[in-house]
Design a protein around this ligand. Structure first.
Ligand code: BDP
Length: 600
């Protein structure tokens, strides 16, 4: 799905700012038609932001069910005759939207965009009322899954994953205008002829353009590829084709060189009807034996599993926080991260593209594991069954994969899809559930490797899903959840385990390793939760990593401390960050910086 843009033929208006807001725990608003007029008894709520921590107290923090958002926007006068679209970059986890009194769309899935053509419902120059009801409930039909319990004390949301169920309008909302006949979608697949490591490489950019609208049938497509200085390096006509770029400037880790593909729809008189600008990074990705190759060269992942998580705003996108997080990644010497455990804001991927940061892009399929759930305090009997994660979840999961690939397919930073984090993967039921989902991801994108992240409860000797993955991604907590405090035993077990995974003959990535650490707690006797223990544990892992050839990457869990649900194994959230929640370094940050940059 294309992002809104300002071009010669397109214009967008951001609806971010303060919206009117009201919680609706009893679900009264739909019957009472709260969309049909000014939202009654509303408070101010910033968009984008999670609503949970804006108001002090438990009520909104622990709210289960629907909340209402409303704003009024004026449609620019200049949009007369254009097609007008209303787009939400995300509503977590589901939403229904009205324009004026008319319901225009519903969407499930908290981290991907959705939009509706509202041309007939708006008048250029006039104000329009936009109302959205957003539902934070997680059930056995949602990704991620959860359980809503009706108790004598009210509704309670249980979930099996380890991050707080922040909700609301987390990303920008847009009104935008396009010509009626327009570029509907663009797909680019970059490649090279021959060896991408050669001195003079020819880039091959395969493109496909979809045109929609009343005159789509007669429309012509023209594409021009411009280099970063604006010079045209290739052009093509027709809705699809291949552009050759001799002496191509490759996109690479650490250098986010991108071309601009100017896509134009031409009318009968060859006049430009619509133009859209698609960034293109030319790079190749390949798994060969135990190596992960970017542009034909082995790439070793250094970085983190992260979270979209900040004080006050929760999962709300913010450019200042985003750029600061990327600057911290640069400071520490990270070259990559995983969008654990859901698709991040598109702004994040754009930034990664532009700065050569490598991304493992993950769906929101997390918490499909009874053993992990038990550690976090929720008991479930059988995860993969019709009473829990069954056909309904699988359909939602397939849709989540479709929407992720549709949104992120053109990002050069994305080199690997992760279709789930830590599902149970040793039972026949889990294999039956996942087999079609791996096939779907491969069918949707034939050019990127696909994998999932394995959990410690489904080790190499029993796991049934690694065979469907191009890359082995594992999260391991030797020295924390296993061999707690005993780093010598942990070191032996970790190495033994990695040797088993190595036998698969595929690249192995450690996608999580770490220890909870209270910033400022110091101890010289190996005390858990101390800054010293976190550093010692990471050093132990690094010794092992440097002995195992198939190991192609290390992502520490986590970049920063983050909020979770209440529980006796969490102290104001998960403290495995190497930065605190307000981004101050723990001792481990300096250790990682030394390892990853060679600086002392
Ligand atoms: C893994 C999960 C991650 C948790 C982490 C932990 O993938 O979401 O936060 O462990 O326990 O199970 O800290």
């Amino acid at each position: 799905m294309l992002r809104p843009q300002d071009t010669a033929t397109r214009e967008r208006r951001s609806l971010t700012g303060l919206w009117r807001f009201r919680a609706d725990a009893d679900g009264a608003g739909r019957d009472a038609r709260w969309f049909a007029g000014p939202l009654p008894d509303a408070i101010d709520m910033p968009v984008p932001a999670s609503y949970n921590d804006i108001v002090p107290g438990r009520e909104l923090h622990d709210h289960v069910g629907e909340v209402w958002y409303q704003t009024t926007a004026r449609v620019p006068r200049g949009w007369a005759g254009q097609r007008v679209v209303l787009r939400f970059d995300a509503a977590t986890h589901g939403a229904t939207v009205w324009v004026g009194d008319t319901e225009v769309m519903s969407h499930q899935g908290g981290y991907t965009p959705f939009e509706a053509d509202v041309t007939d419902l708006v008048a250029p120059g006039e104000p329009v009322r936009v109302t959205a009801v957003v539902d934070n409930r997680l059930t056995w039909a949602t990704i991620p899954p959860g359980i809503v319990e009706d108790t004598p004390h009210g509704k309670r949301q249980k979930y099996m994953h380890d991050f707080f169920n922040y909700a609301g309008l987390h990303r920008p909302v847009w009104l935008y205008a396009t010509p009626r006949t327009r570029v509907h979608d663009v797909t680019v697949v970059p490649g090279t002829t021959g060896d991408p490591t050669a001195a003079d490489v020819t880039g091959m950019v395969t493109y496909a353009v979809e045109v929609a609208g009343p005159d789509a049938g007669a429309a012509q497509v023209r594409v021009r590829l411009l280099d970063a200085d604006g010079a045209e390096v290739a052009r093509g006509t027709g809705a699809d084709g291949v552009l050759e770029v001799p002496g191509v400037h490759l996109w690479q880790p650490g250098e986010g060189y991108q071309y601009d593909l100017v896509v134009e729809v031409l009318g009968a008189d060859a006049a430009v009807v619509d133009s859209y600008l698609q960034k293109v990074g030319v790079r190749t990705v390949e798994v060969r034996g135990t190596e992960f190759l970017i542009n034909g060269r082995p790439f070793y992942f250094r970085g983190f599993g992260m979270h979209e998580d900040h004080l006050t705003r929760g999962k709300g996108h913010d450019d200042a926080e985003m750029v600061h997080d990327f600057e911290l990644l640069r400071w520490i010497g990270a070259n990559s991260f995983r969008t654990s455990h859901y698709p991040y804001a598109e702004e994040v991927l754009d930034y990664a593209d532009a700065h050569g940061v490598v991304v493992i892009d993950e769906t929101a399929a997390v918490g499909m594991n009874a053993s992990v759930a038990a550690v976090l305090g929720t008991k479930i009997d059988k995860v993969f069954s019709e009473d829990a994660v069954g056909a309904a979840a699988q359909a939602a999961h397939a849709q989540a994969i479709r929407e992720l690939v549709a949104r992120d397919k053109n990002h050069p930073s994305v080199v690997l899809w992760s279709i789930a984090n830590e599902p149970e993967s040793h039972t026949p039921e889990s294999e039956e559930y996942f087999k079609p989902l791996f096939a779907l991801a491969r069918e949707l994108d034939r050019h990127r490797p696909v994998g999932f992240v394995n959990v410690m409860y489904s080790q190499a000797d029993v796991d049934r899903l690694a065979k469907y993955s191009d890359v082995i991604m594992i999260n391991r907590y030797h020295g924390w959840y296993a061999n707690t405090g005993d780093l010598a035993a942990a070191e032996a077990d970790l190495e033994a385990e990695l040797r088993l995974w190595e036998a698969h003959g595929k690249p192995v990535l450690m996608t999580e390793y770490g220890a909870d650490t209270i910033a400022g707690l110091h101890d010289l006797t190996g005390a858990l939760w101390s800054e010293e223990y976190q550093s010692e544990l990471l050093e132990m892992y690094h010794r092992v990593f440097d002995r195992v050839d198939a190991l192609q990457g290390e992502h520490v869990w986590n970049f920063a401390d983050f909020q979770t649900s209440r529980g006796i194994v969490r102290v104001d959230g998960n403290k495995k960050g190497v930065f605190t929640r307000d981004r101050r370094p723990k001792a481990a940050a300096h250790l990682l910086r030394r390892r990853w940059t060679g600086r002392h």
